[in-house]
Design a protein around this ligand. Structure first.
Ligand code: ZN
Length: 133
């Protein structure tokens, strides 16, 4: 089964935690053991798992991405958002998580984050859940 999450980003660049929304989809699925793939059909956004206890962690990641691929820089891509494509490439467009005992097998400090690099925009996250046979 595939579920869609609509995400509305507010900043040009930001991370939004979506752990609770994905957790809800997993619970509603009734799958006890399986795999959850969280995928985004975008080229200027990313998805990652990282620490959600201290919000400064994702802010540090965002700041370092900006240093690696500054918004204003020398790029060839004529659309003008090359920096966002580079950040998206670094973060990636999917994460895969095991489902055990009906829950995402996330560690205590882990959360799932949607990364916006060319916002604000309306975005989508696709969540695919497969049950073990
Ligand atoms: Zn582009």
């Amino acid at each position: 089964m595939i579920q869609k999450l609509d995400i509305k980003t507010r900043e040009q660049a930001e991370f939004q935690e979506i752990t609770l929304k994905v957790r809800e989809i997993v619970r509603d699925s009734g799958v006890e053991n399986g795999v959850c793939v969280v995928y985004i059909p975008h080229t200027t956004a990313g998805i990652m798992i990282n620490e959600h206890a201290d919000p400064d962690v994702v802010n540090d990641i965002l700041n370092r991405l900006e240093e690696m691929a500054p918004r204003r820089g020398e790029y060839r891509h004529s659309e003008g958002n090359a920096a966002a494509h580079i950040k998206a490439a670094l973060i990636g467009s999917s994460v895969t998580l095991p489902i055990t005992y009906g829950e995402l097998a996330l560690g205590t400090w882990q959360g799932i984050f949607f990364g916006e690099f060319d916002g604000p925009r309306n975005r989508q996250v696709l969540v695919r859940i497969s049950a073990d046979k």
